[in-house]
Design a protein around this ligand. Sequence first.
Ligand code: NAD
Length: 499
Amino acid sequence: MTQTITNRIAGAAVRAAGRDTTPVFNPASGEEIARVVNSGASEIDDAVDAARNALGEWAAMPALKRARFMFRFKQLLDEHADDLAREISREHGKTHDDALGEVQRGIEVVDFACGIPALLKGSYSRNIAPALDSYSDRQPLGVVAGITPFNFPAMVPMWMYPIAIACGNTFILKPSERDPSAPTFAWELFQQADFPDGVLNVVHGGKQAVDAILDHRGIAAVSFVGSTPVAEYVFARGTAQGKRVQALGGAKNHMIVMPDADMDQASDALMGAAFGSAGERCMAVSVAVPVGGDTADRLVENLVPRIQALKIGPSTDAQAQMGPLITRQHLEKVTGHIEKGVAEGADLKVDGRGVSMQGYEDGFFIGGSLFDHVTTDMSIYREEIFGPVLSVARAGTYDEAVAMINAHEFANGTAIFTRDGDAARDFAERIEVGMVGINVPIPVPAASHSFGGWKRSLFGDYAVYGPEGVNFYTRLKTVSARWPAGIRSGAEFTFPSLE
Ligand code: NAD
């Protein structure tokens, strides 16, 4: 009998009695390996109750004491990084090293969360007016929730809950239903770190669970990461319910290759950025923009053999550079995009369709694909494919390349490869994208900065983690205090001045 992955509420695994379930697959073999409970409003009610019960004590606890729990959690994550990576790969399909990289970037946010007391310390002004002292600090929001995508089942939740919890909130996580085991395993480690029950709760499911979170009056804020249509929906419905919402969406990340770039370095960078994790990264580069015909020809010439030599395999194959896609439906969707690209007249230089892996014939594998002469009116240019498909969109000049990127509706990440400092500086200034790499193909900001795109890649006013994450999960309070010795006698009816 396949295992059923159930909710974790108030410190315990909840029995899934009577709930329908969704299958979870091993994408390398195509087999159903588990089922995950499909929660609805009553499970969200239970999770909010648990989070509320834990809130008073947790929010009142000195920030330093809260941070000590976080230190223990970080230590357990370090010790179990390998196990967590295996949980990720089994259901997601990414290679073990890639999964370990994901865990590492998640741990960095936990590391940052350990230092949050310093960011909560506020500011104080003595005698800001005669005998008047004033101080400001940031206080937690209450019960907050996170809704996360399949592509980083451990890291993206860790962009959220360590920050929220270190700030004094209690948390409900609704992970992706496609790979629910890794965030559940991380919850086990969290509990082992001795956090009070109910500080972190995990509720599994899909749209029904998301809607119940958005509509629940007891939840003060929602962080979302996923596709743009759902991000937009979550933002609209959540804010209509009076919640603070940050909703990160999809991407179409371009990388400019300047004529002076080291072509081998640029080609290697593109290989990792376009095909790592089978292109299922919101920071994957899916469009290369070489400047000038000669640059484009040299780039394509370099990329073709590299893509043909890509080693595809299950996560258990230490030689594999790229695993399968997440589901059969997603494989069909990516294949459909390639068909459309051909029909629209793009030049398919490498065709990754129809890959069959011996022993894994039912897996959701596809090889790397390369399109040349892609134009901005084509659907493969406009839409997010979220698979191992790289488009080359040639630009005549650097200005044309910049204009192309600035005209795209998505604006998550971008990069430029060049030796020219002036071009790089101009690019960083003029490009209308949230995260920019200069000779860095995947510019995911460090945990002490914050992650977020512009335009239709982020709905809301706050990026995630780092200082913006702290601001998102807290609200400012300013206290003005005067004591009897400083109070002037008599009623004052003019607007209070600071004189
Ligand atoms: P998705 O939008 O399908 O799902 C994300 C979450 O929303 C899941 O928890 C899912 O259960 C829920 N959901 C799905 N459909 C819903 C609906 N109709 N109503 C309410 N909730 C719904 O995304 P995905 O396929 O899991 O992840 C891939 C997407 O996430 C890509 O578009 C990728 O670019 C994006 N992503 C963005 C970032 C970023 O930082 N901007 C990071 C990672 C992934």
